[in-house]
Design a protein around this ligand. Structure first.
Ligand SMILES: [Zn+2]
Length: 190
């Protein structure tokens, strides 16, 4: 798996998470395979398009939207492994986008809906799915902040900080978390 970050292509500094599908399309349209490094063997200039597959990406922008996106796989001519190219709006192995997940947690913490059931109905997810995501959020927050800081910074201030972040800051957070832990924030909830 190759996490694709716009820091690799500064042209897209103005990108916004407002519409994640637009962000996704811009990412994919801006891929320069010459700059990609094989995440397994570290070889450069060895990746070439191999195949692509369709998957769901559920996004959130006040309403829930189910999108079909196309993920490209690249093959490394050196180690023969194939890698999916995943822009930062995508949480690996999860059909919900990063923003969807962040807003879900936010709305829960501010009690935007009168019950968890009502909230899950609005977001179109099972209650058990929500609790899995919440648990992962808390676990990853603790990993990121460390035990002490985690106690000092509330879940709500953490999630509000994420929401208020600029795209660059957000992406920096996603990339640093990934580098440090080898998996992405929210990964492992489905
Ligand atoms: Zn390789």
């Amino acid at each position: 798996m190759i996490r694709l970050f716009s820091q690799l292509c500064k042209v897209f500094k103005q990108i916004s998470f407002e519409n994640e599908i637009t962000a996704f399309d811009k990412y994919v349209g801006s891929i320069n395979i010459e700059t990609l490094v094989c995440p397994i063997c570290g070889a450069k200039h060895t990746l070439s398009p191999f195949a692509s597959y369709k998957r769901h990406l559920v996004t959130y922008n006040n309403t829930v939207q189910d999108n079909i996106i196309i993920i490209s796989r690249y093959k490394c001519s050196s180690c023969k492994r194939t890698h999916a190219l995943l822009p930062s709006v995508i949480v690996p192995y999860m059909s919900f986008s990063f923003k969807f997940t962040v807003y879900l947690i936010h709305d829960y913490l501010v009690h935007k809906y009168h019950s968890v059931e009502a909230m899950c109905e609005h977001y179109g997810i099972a209650i058990s799915t929500f609790y899995r995501i919440l648990k992962k959020f808390k676990g990853h927050k603790q990993i990121w902040l460390g035990l002490l800081e985690d106690k000092l910074i509330s879940n709500l201030s953490f999630v509000q900080h994420i929401i208020k972040s600029s795209f660059d800051e957000l992406e920096d957070f996603i990339i640093q978390f990934f580098k440090r832990n080898g998996s992405s924030f929210f990964q492992g909830t489905s």
